[in-house]
Design a protein around this ligand. Structure first.
Ligand SMILES: *Cc1c(COP(=O)(O)O)cnc(C)c1O
Length: 849
């Protein structure tokens, strides 16, 4: 037929189930299995084909199926139950946040992220950062936190991964059909479609604003593939992490500057702002510009108000992982913008200046640190690494006092727990356990689950995974041109009885995906043991430009075809949230062996642990905090090495020894086919990880430590036409000007041996120039050292005791040692003002001579 045109004919939802459409457009369904089942049971085969996407399902399902469901009493009963739960959730007024902060329930908190991992059918995420952002939004919804997400709706998203027969990674970009994903046009308060405009060199780019509803939390996503943009600008944000540095800069300008404008167009006035990674740091500049141009503040005054209400979370312990641009590029994009901030070119560049081995750069991390008063890393160790990495911005300040804290990541429990396991918990945990997952006491009841029941479920989850993986491999090998005779061998792939190791993550070289094969003979012996067989499943994408990462994938594919390894080593293509669920539910142990300390946190191991899949990992990121000797196994030692080679050798040896001596024997130690000892580790894994490494605990910490203080600072700083922001800026300017003249001379303690609790007098003279004792704090800084163990730094504030004849002011005080050991002391002067939100906010410090 000669086609003239195409028209999409949609089925019509029968009246008794007409709200399925509304349900499909709220991602709430994705973490409520009974809601997902409503869609699945309509047409299970279609559900698989549409990649669990209910919007698409409702486009293509046959009218007959819908009519049947609408006439099926059991289906209708389930439908009513789900819709009732949905309405109760959406209309709830007694959420955790509303109860805890009743006066703040309607004050929005903006959360900016370059990627959001919400569901496999919405490929606008690449990995851990995005999945964390998605889990953050879902949990904010569950807790009633008035969060508003801002990001991109990339029309081509992140790539799909195909692995060719020889192990080559191919990147496929498919255009997302916006009709088939749960996005809707965002509307202005007047009911108009929302658009924003952002200036780029020589032109203005328009971005459309879309909305995705994540439970109660709206997510606003920008899209530049719209009229009247030029073709290159329509492509500008087509892909996540696609294109060169210049495209990346353009994307970040649209995200930061366009994102602020989007919220304004929508009539949303956040009281706190969260930059999830440095990609969105330009949001701080845009907010400064608003205050300068619309409220007449100076740059310094505006910056005080902006920083006071902003949190920046850094995620990267790898220096090269921080976005940085050349000044030439920045000049081209910002030369019309910095005058609007009231800054000169030099001042603007200095804001984000960072010296790198390959030359000075405009660093998005430095910019983010300078435009936010609150900063954090994503695990305890990563907090420490970040303080060391950025110490140069606070010269003279001891590393442990650098104002970068940490909140360890977590996972959204309901998105990652196997529904079958949650059903088992319903049977044995306290009846209100679903409301108390962050309460350790709930998890003590795990011991009540009988071993054989727990083991039967673990085996069932593994069997489901193996079948799903065989189906995926069949699709892949069909594509490779295998005959149906050859395809029959897929049935031999993976052994349900073998101890199954899962390894899935981004294929960056520091993650060392091939470490298990460092000694190929030893790996072979472990895998092919006929009594105690072991198998290993890999998945993960390498960035399309990362050749060494892609070579690792190829190497694993090669090994998976070698004698002995065949059918026992598998690389699963196209790692996404669906594959992540399959693997973290179905394998027996979860392995992670990055080169320490380069893993900021990691979250996939938490998903595994809560499903009863113990971790076997390097003591880095979150696992360093979670491992307690009973809930899994470590790889390697917590130490540093001369060379990467030496580290890799040591870690590989440790990996083999632990597998051979501990893990494999425990797994195969059975009594009537049940591995009682193993199940103790399974229980310990759930009991220790579930209450701690979930996003309920994490979000509550974000709220208490940062969101509420930021919102309160914003209220204070903006009151009376920004009186406090103006005063603080003026005070800082005065202090900064005087600081070079400050001198401090301290007297040494008269004696060097005292007894515990015997006061040690301290006295120091300070020359403060035109500052007064109120503008500063003179402090004794001290810590104890006993047998190489040092306590954290503590401080004692000295009090002014009068003017000396030499023009100095004397400060005195008594330190009463409350511990014995070697006492290390220093004396210093730092600026002090009640509106400084963190110590060392000014990075000025003078130590006593
Ligand atoms: C959870 C998850 C990640 C992050 O896992 P890591 O432990 O940080 O590697 C990455 N990708 C997907 C698809 C995930 O679900």
């Amino acid at each position: 037929m000669k086609t003239l045109d195409r028209v999409l004919v949609l089925p019509e939802l029968p009246e008794p189930i007409e709200r399925l459409e509304e349900l499909a457009y709220n991602l709430w369904w994705s973490w409520h299995p009974e809601a997902a089942e409503l869609f699945e049971t309509l047409d299970p085969a279609l559900w698989l084909r549409v990649n669990h996407n209910p919007v698409k399902l409702l486009r293509f399902i046959s009218q007959e199926r819908l009519n049947e469901a609408a006439a099926d009493a059991t289906y209708l009963e389930r439908y009513r139950r789900v819709m009732h739960a949905f309405d109760a959730y959406m209309n709830a007024t007694d959420t955790w946040f509303a109860r805890t902060f009743p006066d703040k329930a309607d004050k929005p908190i903006a959360y900016f992220s370059a990627e959001f991992g919400l569901h496999e059918s919405l490929p606008i995420y690449s990995g851990g950062l995005g999945v964390l952002a998605g889990d953050h939004c879902k949990t904010a919804s569950d807790l009633g936190i008035p969060l508003v997400g801002v990001g991109f709706l990339y029309p081509q998203g992140y790539f799909q991964q195909r692995i060719s027969a020889d192990g080559t990674q191919e990147a496929i970009y498919e255009k997302i059909n916006f009709e088939e994903v749960p996005v809707q046009p965002a509307k202005t308060p007047d009911g108009e479609d929302a658009y924003v405009r952002v200036e780029l060199p020589g032109r203005t780019v328009t971005a459309r604003v879309w909305k995705i509803q994540v439970g109660r939390v709206p997510l606003y996503l920008l899209d530049t593939d719209v009229d009247p943009n030029a073709p290159e600008d329509r492509e500008l944000a087509a892909r996540l992490y696609g294109g060169d540095n210049e495209m990346r800069l353009s994307q970040e300008i649209i995200l930061g500057i366009g994102g602020v404008r989007a919220l304004r167009v929508l009539g949303i006035e956040p009281v706190a702002w969260h930059m999830n990674e440095g990609h969105s740091a330009f949001l701080g500049l845009e907010r400064v510009r608003e205050l300068v141009e619309e409220h007449g503040l100076s740059f310094a005054e505006a910056r005080e108000a902006v920083a006071a209400s902003t949190l920046f979370t850094t995620h990267t312990p790898v220096p090269a992982g921080h976005d940085a641009f050349t000044f030439d590029l920045i000049e081209r994009y910002f030369y019309t913008y910095w005058p609007r901030l009231g800054l000169s070119r030099e001042e603007f560049f200095a804001l984000a200046h960072h010296d790198l081995p390959w030359g000075p750069r405009f660093s998005m991390t430095v910019l983010a640190l300078r435009l936010s008063a609150f900063h954090n890393g994503v695990s305890e160790l990563h907090g420490h690494v970040s303080r060391e990495m950025w110490q140069e911005l606070w010269p003279g300040v001891p590393v442990e006092e650098i104002p970068i804290g940490h909140i360890t990541n977590g996972v959204h429990f309901w998105s990652w727990i196997a529904p079958e396991l949650a059903a088992l918990f319903d049977k044995y945990l306290p009846t209100d356990w679903r409301e108390r997952i962050d309460d350790p006491e709930v998890w003590e009841a795990l011991d009540a689950i009988p071993d054989d029941e727990l083991w039967a479920l673990r085996r069932e989850l593994k069997q489901q995974m193996i079948e799903a993986l065989r189906a995926r491999v069949t699709v892949q090998r069909t594509r490779h041109g295998q005959t149906s005779a050859e395809l029959r061998h897929v049935a031999d792939l993976l052994d349900p009885k073998a101890l199954t190791i899962g390894f899935a993550r981004r294929f960056a070289t520091y993650k060392r995906a091939t470490l298990f094969f460092r000694d190929l003979e030893r790996a072979h012996a472990i895998i092919t043991n006929s009594e105690r067989p072991v198998q290993i499943i890999f998945a993960g994408k390498a960035h399309p430009a990362d050749e060494p990462g892609k070579a690792l994938i190829k190497r694993i594919t090669e090994i998976s075809k070698m004698p002995g390894f065949k059918d026992r080593v598998l690389f699963v293509e196209d790692y996404d949230m669906h594959v992540a669920r399959l693997l973290t539910h179905g394998v027996d142990i979860w392995m992670n062996n990055p080169r320490r300390p380069l893993e900021a946190s990691g979250t996939s191991g938490m998903k595994a642990a809560i499903n009863g899949v113990p971790n076997f990992s390097v003591l880095d990121g979150w696992w360093r905090e979670a491992y307690d000797g009973t809930n899994g196994w470590p790889i390697g030692d917590e130490r540093e090495y001369e060379s990467e080679d030496e580290q890799d050798d040591a870690d590989a040896r440790s990996l083999y020894e632990t597998l051979e001596n501990d893990i494999v024997p425990l797994y195969f130690d059975r009594d009537e086919a049940v591995p009682h000892g193993w199940l103790q580790t399974v229980r310990a894994s759930i009991r220790t990880v579930a209450p701690q490494f979930n996003t309920v605990r994490m979000l509550k910490e974000y709220v208490h430590m940062y969101y509420i203080p930021a919102a309160e600072a914003w209220a204070r700083f903006t009151a009376d036409n920004f009186a406090r922001a103006r005063a603080l800026a003026a005070w800082k300017q005065r202090v900064r000007a005087e600081w070079p003249r400050i001198r401090l001379v301290a007297e040494r303690p008269a004696t060097h041996v005292v007894h515990i609790r015997e006061p040690i007098p301290f006295s120091a003279r300070a020359w403060l120039g035109n500052l007064t004792p109120d503008d500063v704090r003179v402090e004794v800084v001290y810590r104890y050292e006993r047998e190489d163990v040092r306590t954290p730094i503590r401080t004692l504030t000295l009090t002014p005791a009068g003017l000396e004849s030499d023009g100095s002011i004397r400060f005195t005080g008594e330190l009463v040692p409350e511990e014995n050991g070697r006492l290390e002391v220093g004396v210093r002067v730092v600026p002090h003002h009640e509106d400084l939100l963190t110590p060392h906010a000014m990075a000025l410090i003078t130590w006593a001579e």
